[in-house]
Design a protein around this ligand. Structure first.
Ligand code: GLU
Length: 375
């Protein structure tokens, strides 16, 4: 068993439609799903947090709606998803309940993982579910998403979710067991790669389109997913889901392809907050708060003397000392107007001032990166 798997604490597992839904009959492969849930229950027993990203809504729903086989029009896939998602949610709910676990349905759109305000919400909702022991089952909100804001494939959606929740490992279960040196069926003598340490142009060239009729995501989207994952510090693995108990099988047999991240998710996220995002404003903190930040605490409204800029909730802001020196950067939990109203006040006063129960921290320590002082 590779250390990337043995050590992973927070794991995202993506399940392709072709595994969950019988292509011919268009019905759920219930025995396979039960075995998968056994694997997940086992991981949970070992103290791991598991998030599922499950496809299958469209494949299930089209059969129930009587949509003929063949390529789907957008409105047909959205209508099919509306029908199929209920069945999917029901199947997960009962399979997890039978194993003493609580399933949670999370439907997201591209905007939820890429737009800053919603990103913070989705991240903290999923973290709360995990903390309380539930198994989040994520899918794209296919029914309402318009073409421009659709992922369309759950490989990249899963990678965005993995990066959003700072997962240690992303497992893509599909009908392929890894990345081959040449696309299957190309006639070349193709070998499966065990490990991809770097996604080079040569690696990208190996991705042919190996998707089956049911799964939209071929190898091309899996490589795109790998790029998103490793950038976020998440190791990614492509493994076959065609066997029963696919998670135990791949972990033991090692027939899969690993894409290795170069840093851990926390470091990658801090780099993203500190370097990639354009700051929209600044918060000035008093010396007491500056010292608290230095010892690893979150920034509370009480320690802030004034703010600058027109930022929204989830935007990056610079944290400055009273004298104006940059101390760090972070994602702020309140927009500028609300932030202006609560600075200098105790967190327990927030609800009274704003009229809603907001977060106690202005910037949570997980959403913050501090500058090295050099001392
Ligand atoms: N969200 C789609 C569904 O549930 C699947 C997209 C994919 O398979 O990548 O049917």
């Amino acid at each position: 068993m590779r250390p990337e798997w043995a050590k992973a604490r927070r794991i995202v597992v993506k399940i392709g439609s072709a595994l969950l839904v019988d292509n011919e009959a268009g019905v759920l492969r219930a025995a396979w799903l039960d075995a998968l849930c056994d694997d997940i229950a086992e991981l949970r027993k070992r103290g791991k947090e598991v998030i599922l990203v499950s496809s299958g809504a469209i494949a299930l729903g089209r059969n129930l709606l009587g949509v003929p086989k063949g390529p789907l029009k957008l409105e047909d896939s959205q209508a099919s998803a509306a029908v199929g998602q209920i069945h999917l949610a029901h199947a997960y709910e009962s399979a997890f309940r039978a194993r003493g676990l609580v399933a949670a349905q999370v439907l997201v759109t591209l905007g939820d993982t890429e737009e800053r305000r919603r990103y913070l919400n989705a991240r903290s909702t999923i973290s709360t579910l995990l903390k309380r022991g539930a198994v989040p089952v994520v899918n794209e909100n296919d029914t309402v998403a318009t073409n421009e804001i659709r992922y369309g494939d759950n490989d990249r959606l899963a990678a965005r979710v993995a990066s959003m929740v700072s997962a240690d490992c992303l497992v893509l279960l599909s009908d392929v067991d890894g990345l081959y040196t040449a696309p299957p069926g190309s006639g070349a003598d193709a070998k499966r790669l065990d490990v991809v340490p770097e996604i080079t142009a040569e690696i990208e060239a190996m991705a042919g389109d190996v998707g089956s009729e049911l799964s939209r995501g071929g190898m091309v989207t899996k490589i795109e997913a790998a790029k998103i994952a490793v950038q976020a510090g998440t190791n990614m693995v492509i493994a076959s889901g065609k066997v029963t108990n696919p998670l135990s099988v791949f972990a033991e047999a090692g027939i899969c392809t690993w894409f290795l991240a170069h840093s851990d998710p926390v470091t990658a996220r801090k780099r993203w907050i500190g370097g990639t995002l354009e700051p929209r404003g600044a918060v000035f903190v008093d010396p007491g708060a500056a010292a608290a930040l230095g010892s690893g605490k979150s920034l509370l409204p009480a320690g802030v003397t004034h703010i600058e800029g027109y930022f929204e909730r989830g935007d990056a802001v610079v944290i400055r000392s009273a004298g104006g020196t940059e101390i760090g950067r972070g994602l702020i939990a309140y927009g500028h107007a609300d932030a202006a109203a609560i600075i200098g006040r105790k967190s327990r006063e927030i609800a009274g001032i704003l009229g809603y129960l907001g977060r106690p921290e202005l910037i949570h320590r997980d959403d913050m990166t501090l500058r090295r002082t050099g001392s």
